[in-house]
Design a protein around this ligand. Structure first.
Ligand code: C2E
Ligand code: MG
Ligand code: MG
Length: 713
């Protein structure tokens, strides 16, 4: 909206050689509350206009020396006269003058003799239109500025008139010159990357045909650079459903795309060797197994472990150790490329090689013909890897052991397959190394240890041997504790305190985790209820919940009941899920999460960044918090890639309006770096190690009293 100086009267300039006209005009308009200035001819009018900047000009056509038309043209040529309404005073029925008046730039005309009663209303009307026009222009220019900043262009097509309009930003984003004619939405496709064009065209045509909204992402090359563009459009229909207009936007999402790619690579591929990480491999394996089942083919998994590699690290150091690992990865790749019999027609990326950790590698061969073929490949790998490495000071020989499991071969899911390959690998190791073994069911009997542990775990649950520890979560800006994460411990009668890593894997495998999770939730809520009742503190507790609980129970109802029975405020409870829990069984999980959210319970994604959630996916889940995984924080100061991913996650959290917590802060340097990146909530040894619930309650209660005391003193 335009703002006029509050005390300034709206000024009307009358330019007329007829003094009677001027007098009457002044009298009429002053009475209506306007200020009036007069000029007796064109050149005086121009000079006065420059000085006084009137809001509207009434301009007589017939004047000696400079006539009204010339005056009008010259007024319009002044920078400050471009937009001011100019009203020409023409003779009655003088159509020629009216025409000429508009040609010279007049806004409107009033014919003489003037109807003095109506003059004020005409003037008011013209002024109002001029203001509306000005407001419109301001808001249009703000809109286009905003769109330019957001790198957002828009377009509009009218089916009835065949008219196409688009913003300048749109042309820029698509790399289209100003002169390129765009006559219809299809013309927008010209500059699209050839590989994307057909798909986008099909989506667009489909949308036009079916009259539903359209969305597509594609690449364009602008000044030799590939940009990623997201485009969306909606069709407006007539009353009888025919398409009337279509309105669309396009936005440059290259940065988001880049961040996504970066996160994808960092999350899925090993930084040292460039090979896939375990999680990515497992995903590929599970897909490949599904395809194999459908096609009735066979696939194989090979687990490779370099023999006595620890010795190399210990004697030669990690730098040389890493150098060797990198070269082993290269040898594995090369060795597989050599076995062309494998994939007569398929691309070499069909296989997948992963580094599972330290010196362990995994290979997925998605299509194998026979055991013999796989044996041949294993032998070749063993040979290729065992070539000596010539280092500066010495020559190093490395051998490898391989465990192989074929599918289908009685194995259940992809985890079983890996477990079986691992069993075969251990056999290869115990039977002399530098060799391979094919898995056979006779190799596995249930291990004695895990059977004992499982029965111990059941007993532990019955006898209340589990205890809850908590670790504070703080706001780094002021050091205040705002919540705590609940972490389970097992108070083993003989072996002492056991950490989750020692017993949760088996609890997960045996399904006992479902009971454990419920026990933890109940205990945590009971504790919150006590805090609430005795006004000990006002903290939020964050409880880890496993994927099994989500898969096997009606988890929303279950948690809802626990919260209700304990009488706690639901916002005081947060549940932590890992990315994989969230991603599995999508529709059901979303509905559970929405239900929980409706109850007022907070939802956090734990260990974020390790499992890779598609960013666009995240928007669909009702999540409150992301917890950045400890593994990114650990090397923050040395690893630019960890820094990049952390920065990207924080930006992502910000743009989705989620709160972000970092885990595992141990040093002041990490703290400072994270605060610089704009992340303020944290958890880690620097602020407090996990401690028993009782101890934590006492310190917190003391802390609160201290604070209250300070507030009163
Ligand atoms: P998490 O949820 O990511 O929990 C954080 C882990 O990081 C905890 O390990 C904590 O002790 C550790 N930690 C926190 N700050 C630091 C630090 O500054 N440096 C280092 N090095 N470590 C830090 P913890 O207690 O061993 O728990 C391990 C995992 O077990 C948890 O990871 C969580 O996934 C799972 N877990 C723990 N309690 C429960 C539970 O009650 N139910 C379920 N389902 N899972 C649980
Ligand atoms: Mg957690
Ligand atoms: Mg975590």
């Amino acid at each position: 909206m335009t703002h006029h100086a509050p005390n300034r009267l709206t000024t009307i300039q009358i330019v007329d050689d007829d003094s009677a006209m001027r007098l009457l005009t002044r009298a009429t308009l002053e009475q209506a509350g306007f200020a009036v200035i007069e000029a007796t001819d064109g050149s005086e009018g121009l000079a006065q206009f420059r000085k006084m900047r009137p809001d509207l000009v009434l301009l007589d056509v017939l004047m000696p020396q400079m006539d009204g038309f010339t005056t009008c043209r010259r007024l319009r040529a002044l920078p400050q006269g471009r937009e001011t309404p100019i009203v020409m005073l023409t003779g009655l029925d003088d159509v020629e003058s009216v025409k000429k008046a508009f040609e010279t730039g007049a806004t409107d005309f009033i014919s003489k003799p003037i109807n003095w009663l109506l003059l004020r209303y005409r003037v008011m009307h013209i002024l109002r239109s001029a203001r509306l026009y000005e407001d419109l222009k301001v808001s249009q220019s703000r809109l286009s500025l905003a769109q330019r900043i957001a790198r957002l262009g828009h377009w509009h097509f009218d089916f009835e008139t065949d008219r196409f309009e688009c913003s300048d930003t749109l042309r820029n984003l698509l790399g289209m010159a100003e002169k390129t004619s765009i006559d219809s939405p299809v013309d927008l496709l010209h500059n699209i990357h050839p590989e994307d064009r057909h798909r986008v065209q099909k989506t667009l045509e489909d949308a036009l045909c079916n009259r539903h909204p359209y969305q597509a992402t594609f690449r364009v090359a602008v000044q030799g650079k590939i940009r990623h563009i997201n485009s969306q459009a909606e069709i407006q229909k007539t009353e009888n459903g025919a398409p009337k207009t279509i309105t669309g936007i396009i936005q440059d999402v290259s940065e988001i795309h880049q961040a996504e790619q970066k996160i994808f690579r960092l999350a899925h591929f090993d930084a040292l060797t460039g090979l896939a990480k375990r999680s990515f491999f497992m995903k590929k394996l599970s897909t490949a197994m599904r395809l194999t089942e459908q096609s009735r083919n066979q696939l194989a998994v090979l687990l490779l472990d370099l023999d006595r590699f620890k010795r190399i690290n210990d004697t030669l150091g990690h730098v040389l150790g890493d150098h060797i690992l990198l070269n082993i990865a290269k040898r594995i790749r090369k060795s597989l490329q050599g076995c062309s019999i494998l994939y007569p027609g398929s691309a070499s990326e069909d296989y997948c090689i992963a580094r599972f950790g330290g010196n362990e590698f995994a290979i997925l061969l998605p299509e194998v013909e026979s055991k013999e073929q796989v044996r041949g490949i294993a032998n070749q790998l063993i040979r290729d890897i065992s070539h000596p490495f010539f280092l500066d000071t010495c020559e190093v020989l490395i051998t490898t052991s391989i465990g192989i499991c074929l599918f289908p071969n009685g194995s259940g899911d992809h985890k079983d397959l890996i477990r079986n390959a691992d069993t075969a690998l251990r056999q290869a190791k115990t039977q002399g190394r530098d060799t391979y073994r094919l898995y056979h069911p006779s190799m596995t009997g249930p291990s004695q240890d895990s059977l004992v542990l499982e029965s111990d775990l059941r007993r532990a649950l019955k006898n209340d041997e589990f205890v809850l520890y908590v670790q504070p979560q703080v706001d780094m800006r002021n050091g205040r504790v705002f919540g705590a994460e609940v972490l389970i411990r097992w108070q083993h009668p003989r072996q002492g305190i056991k950490l989750p890593g020692e017993f949760l894997p088996l609890a997960l495998e045996s399904g006992l985790i479902v009971d454990i999770d419920q026990w933890v939730l109940r205990q945590a809520c009971r504790r919150l209820a006590d805090w609430q009742a005795y006004k000990v503190n006002d903290l939020r507790l964050s409880v880890n919940v496993s994927g099994k609980l989500f898969a096997r129970t009606n988890v929303a109802e279950l948690i809802g009941d626990i919260v209700e029975q304990s009488g706690i405020h639901p916002a005081k409870l947060q549940i932590e899920l890992t990315e994989s829990t969230i991603m599995q069984n999508n529709a059901k999980t979303i509905s559970h999460l929405k239900h929980l959210k409706k109850l007022g319970i907070n939802i956090a994604i734990d260990d974020f960044g390790t499992g890779y959630s598609s960013l666009s996916y995240l928007k669909n889940f009702p999540i409150d918090t992301i917890k950045i995984d400890r593994s990114f924080i650990r090397d923050l100061s040395n690893s630019p890639s960890d820094m990049a991913i952390t920065r990207a996650i924080i930006a992502l959290g910000e743009s989705l309006e989620l709160s972000t917590i970092c885990e595992g802060i141990e040093t002041l340097q990490q703290k400072e770096m994270l605060m610089d990146l704009g992340c303020y909530q944290a958890q880690g040894y620097l602020f407090g190690k996990p401690e028993s619930m009782d101890k934590f309650s006492q310190t917190e209660a003391k802390g609160e009293q201290e604070e209250k005391k300070q507030a009163f003193c």
